[in-house]
Ligand binder design. Structure first.
Ligand SMILES: [Zn+2]
Length: 83
């Protein structure tokens, strides 16, 4: 069963509902079936982008380590582990 994000057109209450194909969920607050299906992909895509950016930042940070000597690099890495 797919999970959908809905927003109630009657009271504006946002909620997620597991919906069997062809079934219509009702608002848990006011029981209205006047619902807008919101685009549930927005949040996961945002998360993926955030993960990609943090990975890119980590790669850049590792790239910067190439400017240090091996012993300094080890110290820096150890310092990072302690944080
Ligand atoms: Zn409602």
């Amino acid at each position: 069963m797919p999970l959908y994000d809905y927003r109630c057109s009657a009271c504006g209450h946002p909620f997620e509902a597991l919906v069997r194909h062809g079934a219509t969920p009702a608002c848990p607050r006011c029981a209205s079936t006047e619902l807008e299906k919101t685009v549930s992909l927005v949040a996961p895509l945002g998360k993926i982008e955030a993960i990609r950016l943090s990975n890119r930042r980590a790669a850049a940070a590792q790239g910067h380590l190439d400017h240090y000597s091996p012993s300094d690099k080890a110290k820096l890495l150890q310092g990072k582990k302690n944080i």
